[in-house]
Every structure is written in structure tokens, then in C-alpha cells.
Design a protein. Sequence first.
Length: 204
Amino acid sequence: MARVSQDHLDARRRQILDGARRCFTRNGFHATSMQDVFQETGLSSGAVYRYFRGKNDLITAVAEEAFHRMRLAFESAAGEAPLRPLDKVIDEVLSHVLEEQDRNSGADRPGAFAELIVQVWSETLRDERLAATLTAAYDRMRVMWAGVVRTYQDAGHLRADIPTDHVVRALMALVQGSIVQRAVFKDVEGELRSGLRALLSPHA
């Protein structure tokens, strides 16, 4: 029997994750069944269960990937610090990632991926494994942001008398709040962009 290549295995896993993300984005976690995932991907139950034990595994994998992409996007943008205003870095990365994921998820409404992230956060209140996964993801995000914040502090664009980690947590809270507002109120990008500029501009 011919061995299945790693590329084939990776592609099949990608197919399952993409299908699950479309289902979760369209219908929410609780309204999505494994049968929905089978139908969305066009795969048998055995093919899907070969990679994921059930819906909770899929939720965790989708959450890990979402936050990994967000972190990579911020890491890439951080290479320009402090040449660009911090409010522009945050706004552009957040908008790019959320809009890209809306497109990739086949969403038919703005803010669909933001809604999915909010669902992930709510799931952590009942799923210890998912909570541990997100805690680890946030720890990695905090380390990355600490380097960015120190760069802006050293350049005089952020107050240097406040502990770096305190600033990082506040900035992450701004990002999380922006995601919640995009999920709940939808068309708020202009207001959020203006507000970030007022809060983070060195001339404020």
C-alpha cells in the first residue's frame, strides 16, 4: 500500500479546519454539529476523526490558528516600530487580519470573524483545555508586545515611567475591546481608528 505523503495529510487537515471555521463563523459553535462539518468538507466521519477527536478539538485548533495569525501579523508590523505611529500599527494589523479572515471564512457579513473570536473567549469559561491554550497564546503575544512597547518607550512615544508589562496589558485590552465592538456593533472602524489616534498619539 502506498504511503500517504505529509503534504497530503497537511492538505486534508487544512481542508477540515477551513470547513469547520466556515461552519463556526456561519452558525456559531453550539449550533454546529460534526455532521455539519462532514457536509461542509465533503469528507466522511472517519476521515475527519482521523485528525480531530470531536468538536472541542476543532474549536481549539481554530482558536490556536486565529491567534497565531494575529500574533504573526503584529510581529511583522512591529519591525517598523517606532517609525510608524502605534495607533496606525494596531489599527492596520487588526483590520487586515479580521477582514482577511472574513474573506477566508466565506462570511457574508462584516465582523463575522470578530464574532468567532468572541465565541472563543466565551468558550474558555467552560473549557479548561481551551482556556489553557489561549493563556499560552496570550503569554506569547505579551512577550512580543513587550519588545514593541519598549521600543516606543525608548523613542519617547510612550511613557517610560509605567512598567512595560502594564502598558502591554492595556494595549491588549484595547485590541480585545476593538474586536468585541466590531463583533457587536459592526461598522465602528472609523470611530475606533480615531479613538486609538487620540489615545496613542505622542502629541495627545
